[in-house]
Design a protein. Structure first.
Length: 305
C-alpha cells in the first residue's frame, strides 16, 4: 500500500495513457436500444430492420436485443440470417456504425458514414457467440477513413471471421492494417451473421457484446501496460478493465480519489483474457486514479469524471 500511495503522491509527474485522446465506440456494449414501433435498433448503430419490416405481409427483423449477454450488463446484439419469402432472398443479420441503405428489389446495399475517430487503434476486440448453419461463417470488421477535399479514403482495415460453432461467449481480436500514418477522422464497424463472400444460410446466429479498441503493440512482459486496456463507459457509468495476457496472472484493481483515499477495490483473481468492472456512476465529479497490480507490476491510469 505504501508503494501505491507513493505513486499517487507523484501521479501528476507520471506519463499516463489517457494523456492522448482515444477513439470511442458508441454503445459498445449494446445496452441502449431505440424502439421504432415494430422493431428496435441499438442506439448509434444501423441495421436492415427498417427496410425489412416495410415488406408487406413478410416483414421481419434480423437484428434484435438479446438478454443473453457477456459479463455485466443486460443486453447484447443478436444477428440472425433469415429467408424472406417475397421477394425470395436470404438476408444476414447486419449491424453498422454507419448509415445502411438496403435496396431489396435490386438486392444491393450501401454503407456510408460512421463514428468519429481521432487515432489509430491496433485492434478491434470484443466478445461473441456463433451458431452457424450449413458451413456458414460470420464476420466482424472495422474500417478507418480520412476525408480530404470531400473525398473519403480508407486508411485502415481489420476483421475477424470464423465458421466454427461457438456456443459460449468467447473473446475475439481483429488486427488493423494501415496503409498510411494519417490520423483517421471516421471509423465504421460492421458485423454480419453471414460473411459477404459466403452464400447466406438461414438460421445462422451471431451474438456480439462488449466491443472495444486496443492499442497494444506486441507483449512486453515487464511493461505494466502490456495486456491491459481500460475504458470508461459513460453510458453505463462503469470503468471496464480488459485483460489480454498470454498466460494467467494474479490481478487486483484499486480506485483512489485525488487525496489518495481508497474508494473501492477488487479481490485478487487469476485472469488471462477477462475483465473487471468498476461502477463509478455514484462518484462525485473529480479526478480519480485506477491502480492495477499484476505480475508484480503496477499500472496506473487517471480518469476525469
Amino acid at each position: 500500500m505504501n508503494l501505491v500511495r507513493l505513486l499517487l503522491f507523484f501521479w501528476t509527474a507520471l506519463i499516463v495513457h489517457d494523456a492522448w485522446p482515444q477513439s470511442i465506440i458508441p454503445n459498445a456494449s449494446f445496452e441502449t436500444w431505440i424502439s421504432y414501433g415494430n422493431y428496435s435498433n441499438p442506439e448509434s448503430w444501423d441495421t436492415p430492420n427498417a427496410e425489412l419490416m416495410a415488406i408487406p405481409f413478410f416483414g421481419t427483423t434480423v437484428v434484435t436485443k438479446s438478454t443473453d449477454h457477456h459479463g455485466p450488463g443486460s443486453f447484447s446484439a443478436r444477428l440472425e440470417t433469415k429467408h424472406i419469402l417475397l421477394p425470395p432472398i436470404d438476408v444476414p443479420g447486419f449491424v453498422t456504425l454507419g448509415n445502411l441503405e438496403l435496396d431489396i428489389n435490386n438486392l444491393t446495399y450501401t454503407v456510408t458514414g460512421g463514428a468519429p475517430a481521432v487515432d489509430q487503434p491496433t485492434h478491434l476486440k470484443g466478445f461473441y457467440k456463433f451458431i452457424p448453419k450449413g458451413g456458414d461463417s460470420c464476420m466482424i470488421g472495422i474500417g478507418l477513413f480520412k476525408t480530404a477535399a470531400g473525398v473519403q479514403d480508407s486508411i485502415g482495415f481489420g476483421y475477424f471471421a470464423t465458421k466454427d460453432t461457438v456456443p459460449d461467449w468467447e473473446y475475439f481480436s481483429a488486427w488493423i492494417d494501415y496503409d498510411t500514418l494519417l490520423t483517421p477522422d471516421t471509423m465504421n464497424i460492421i458485423a454480419l451473421s453471414t460473411a459477404q463472400e459466403v452464400i447466406p444460410v438461414p438460421g445462422s446466429v451471431l451474438f456480439i457484446d462488449d466491443l472495444f479498441l486496443d492499442y497494444t503493440v506486441g507483449f512486453k512482459e515487464q511493461d505494466p501496460a502490456a495486456g491491459v486496456m481500460t475504458y470508461y463507459d459513460r453510458e453505463t457509468g462503469r470503468i471496464i478493465i480488459f485483460y489480454d495476457f498470454p498466460k494467467e496472472q494474479t490481478v487486483s484493481v484499486l480506485l483512489f480519489d485525488m487525496r489518495g483515499q481508497l474508494i473501492t477495490s477488487s479481490e485478487p483473481q487469476k485472469v488471462s483474457r477477462s475483465k473487471t468492472i468498476l461502477p463509478v456512476d455514484d462518484l462525485s465529479s473529480g479526478i480519480y486514479m485506477v491502480v492495477i497490480r499484476h505480475n508484480n507490476l503496477i499500472f496506473t491510469k487517471k480518469f476525469f469524471f
